[in-house]
Design a protein around this ligand. Structure first.
Ligand code: HEM
Length: 500
């Protein structure tokens, strides 16, 4: 997962990178989710200052607060609206601006809504295994692997292969640079550098629909394994910085082979591997511009932030056009602005506990002759057990697991049709419900014990990959790119699969 935690809610004026007016019309046909227009000027640099402004406006005008709550409610019930504006926020932003006297845009309000929701909204439709057998879902279609269009989703062409290897090398260079900069001998993971490993089990439910019975899910059973929670940044974080959180699990399957499943707590990902690399490069360019600026202007933190944002945005815009992701710079400004705003807002949503988050793959895998995304939803109730200000998420995990097991339900979301469940576009939420197929248990364990610490170290030195699997291999461009990228990242740090 590519983090973007360095971006606050605000974004530099588009004037710096947008071409001279008049702005050409946006060709939305090339982007399935038309991105919202970037406001001409973004006035809020962090959620706290926006929140305090909104509170003043709402105190004087409670009706506006009700309207915003209604939009938030709609967002929570409709997954697709999480990624689009136009849900009444424009009009509301105009009213708030005119009443409060300071300009607020729809993008600001969306960011505020996403950032201030403390729990992941229940956007994923989940069938109940007990009350409603999953067989009630229409049988998902099988795919014909020999069809050239389908084959293109599971096998990289020589050109793709070359491009993905180049991505992998570029990524590894960043990984080495981070290690060098931090003065450590052993490089971290290229992404998800910091994590906490522990033991886990996977139990496949007996009463799952016939169409889901393949691979790990074929014949029920309980399998032993390990798990790792992580922050998505490529540098170690203290768990207090806003960041996407990862959950990787590895099991020894019924065929004796290792099965890995990697997820994060964000629904929706970049469109394809090209877009991921554009964003990786943009982030890198921003970081370098910030460092250079600080070296030349010691202590000018505000100027350094501007240098970071300006270089990041300019590199992203150029990269989007060069990679052919969009046709014009104006479109690139919109697309990059949308990605940054969304990830910045998403990143600021406070995560209370690793154990109460929903984690999703965003990327599909093979399940027999069918294709599905996967996710886990928490079966552990809320209630904070935070023990320290430093590493609060690990402290919460340690406190809870010292007392009891924690559980997640594992579900498969099957491919249905190109319209409702696009196979090669990780931006869109899928329309089909999740079919529960099993339970991931993190058994009660003392994470402070020497035994647990040794296991955690062993897991840290392990490499999880969506390609560590006998049957559930990835489908789509992003999945194909991840093969050399994960292998190379693991190679740089001499890591190999857990190896049960
Ligand atoms: C092209 C897109 C992606 C790139 C370039 C990428 C890159 C990476 C890299 C380099 C690592 C470290 C590998 C290692 O050294 O072991 C990693 C780890 C990880 N990635 Fe990705 N990733 C991508 C997509 C995704 C997606 C779609 C997800 C799930 C939603 C995801 C979830 C994770 C998780 C959870 C880890 C940590 C695994 C662990 O705990 O070891 N990634 N990613």
């Amino acid at each position: 997962m590519i983090p973007d935690s360095s971006h606050p809610l605000g974004f530099p004026s588009t004037a710096a990178v947008a071409p001279a007016s008049p702005t050409p019309p946006v060709e939305t046909a090339r982007i399935p989710n038309p991105p919202p227009a970037l406001p001409a000027q973004q006035s809020w640099n962090n959620v706290a200052s926006l929140e305090s402004y909104l509170q003043k406006v709402f105190a004087a005008n409670p009706a506006l607060k009700e309207q915003l709550d209604a939009v938030a409610q709609r967002n929570m019930n409709d997954p697709s609206s999480l990624y689009s504006l136009g849900s009444g926020l424009d009009a509301l932003a105009a009213s708030i601006s005119s009443i409060g006297g300071q300009s607020v845009t729809a993008t600001d309000l969306l960011g505020y809504l996403q950032a201030t929701r403390s729990q992941r909204p229940p956007t994923l439709q989940w069938l109940k295994i007990d009350s409603q057998p999953a067989t009630s879902q229409t049988k998902p279609p099988e795919l014909n692997w020999a069809d050239p269009n389908v084959q293109a989703l599971i096998e990289a062409t020589p050109e793709q292969q070359q491009k993905f290897i180049a991505f992998a090398n570029e990524h590894a260079a960043i990984q080495k640079r981070v290690a060098q900069k931090m003065g450590v001998e052993q490089p971290f993971r290229g992404q998800h550098a910091k994590g906490v490993g522990l033991s886990a089990t996977f139990e496949v439910y007996d009463n799952i629909p016939e169409y889901a019975k393949a691979g790990l899910f074929a014949n029920g059973g309980k399998f032993k394994g390990v798990a790792r929670f992580s922050g998505s940044a490529g540098v170690p974080d203290k768990e207090t910085a806003p960041d996407a959180r990862g959950f990787a699990i590895a099991f020894i399957g019924p065929d004796g082979k290792e099965q890995n499943f990697l997820m994060t707590n964000r629904e929706g990902f970049f469109k394809n591997a090209d877009e991921v690399m554009v964003m990786v490069r943009a982030k890198m360019a921003g970081g370098m511009a910030k460092e250079k600026y600080l070296a030349e202007h010691p202590g000018d933190l505000a100027g350094a932030e501007n240098a970071l944002k300006g270089a990041t945005m300019a590199t992203a815009v150029k990269g989007m056009v060069t990679a052919g992701i969009v046709g014009t710079e104006a479109e690139a400004v919109q697309r990059a602005g949308f990605l940054f705003t969304r990830s910045a807002a998403d990143a600021q949503r406070p995560v209370q506990s690793y154990l109460t988050e929903t984690y999703i793959s965003n990327m599909p895998i093979k399940v027999g002759n069918r294709v599905a995304r996967f996710a886990v939803r928490p079966l552990t109730s809320d209630g904070l057990n935070k023990g320290t200000a430093d590493k609060p998420l690990t402290a919460d995990l340690t406190n809870r697991l010292a007392k009891e097991d924690a559980e997640f339900e594992f579900g498969l979301q099957f491919y249905e049709s190109p319209d409702t469940t696009p196979l090669n576009d990780a931006t869109n939420p899928w329309a089909t419900p999740f079919v529960p197929v099993g339970r991931v248990t993190l058994p009660k364990q003392d994470l402070t014990s020497a035994e647990s610490q040794a296991l955690a170290k062993q897991i840290d030195d392990t490499s999880f990959s969506p390609w560590n699997t006998s049957e559930h291999t990835p489908v789509g461009d992003i999945g194909l790119a991840r093969k050399p990228i994960y292998e190379t990242s693991a190679g740089v740090r001499n890591a190999c699969p857990y190896g049960f």
